[in-house]
Ligand binder design. Sequence first.
Ligand code: SF4
Length: 337
Amino acid sequence: MTTTTLDHAAVAGSGTETKTKRVLLLKPRGFCAGVVRAIDIVQIALETFGAPIYVRKEIVHNSYVVTDLAKKGAIFVNELDEVPEGARVIYSAHGVSPAVRDRAKERGLKVVDATCPLVTKVHVEAIKFAKQGYSLVLIGHRDHDEIEGTQGEAPDVTQVVSTVQEVADLVVPDPNRVAYLTQTTLSLDEARDMIQALKNKFPNIVGPHSQDICYATENRQVAVKNVAHGADLVLVVGSTNSSNSNRLVEVSKNLDTNSYLIDTADAIRPEWLNGVDTVAVTAGASAPEVLVKDVVEYLQSMGYGSVDEVEVMPENVRFGLPPEIVQAIASAPPVNR
Ligand code: SF4
C-alpha cells in the first residue's frame, strides 16, 4: 500500500491509463480522540477494578467495540436503575443530562465520566446561554444520546430542530434573545443551512464562539468531499446508529457518488461492485481500524489490486483521561498486581 497526501490528479486518474481496479483509503478515518479516550477508560476500569463494570448506553456507537468490551466484562445498560446500588458505572462518550447525574448520586453509584471533552464544551455553552436568559435552539437528532444529554442541561428553554422546516415553525418568547448550539456530529452542509435559516428568522441570534461540530466529524467529511469525485463507490465503515458515519454516506451521495454504510466487510454485497473501478473506503469516528483492514482485504480478493492511502489532512488530537479515572487507578486495590 502506498500513502500519499491529497493529489487530485491521482485521485481522479489521468483518464488515459488502462482502468485498473483500485482502492482509495481515506485519511483521516476511524477512531477520533474522544472514542480512543472512552474505550481506554472502560479498559482501564476493567483492568483496575476487575469485571463487572457497568456502562450506561453504548460507550461509543459501534457494535464491534461494544461486543468486544462486553466480552471483557463490561455490562451495558440503558438506564442507571439497571445498575446495582453502589456499583461502578461509566457514562458514554455522548454525555449525560444532570437528571442522570442526580440519579447516580441517589443510587450511590461510583461514576466514571467518559463524556468526550468536545461534548462537554457544548453542555457548558448550553448552561451559559440558559443562565443568560436565552431561548436555546439545539440543532441535532432528537433520538441521539448526545442531544438527550445536552437538552437536559436546560430542558425548559431548549428546543431541538432537525430540519429547516422545523426552524420555520419555531416559536420563542423573545425573538431577540435566542441562542443556537449544534450536535457535534452533524453534516457541515446541513448545519450551515440550518444556522443560516435561524439567522434569517432571528437576526440577533447568538451562537458558540467556535463551531460545535467537532474536528473529527469535519475532517472525515472533508476527506470524502475531496475524494468522492474520483471514486465510483464510497464505502463507510460504521454502525447504523453512528451519526457521523451516516453523515459520511450523505456527503458522498450529495456529490453523486454512490455510498453504503457497512458494519463489517460481510455486509458488502458483490453486486455493489458491478462496473466499479475505484472504491474509496473510509470509517466513522467510532469504527476500529481492524474492520477497515477486513474491508480492504475483501476488496483485494475481489480484484482491487491497488491500494492507495490518500491523506487529505493530518490529524493529531489526543485527550487526557478524566481525573476520576486517574484518581481511581491511584486508589484502587491492587487486584492485578
Ligand atoms: S466524534 Fe467528535 S465529539 Fe464525538 S467523541 Fe469523537 S471527537 Fe468527541
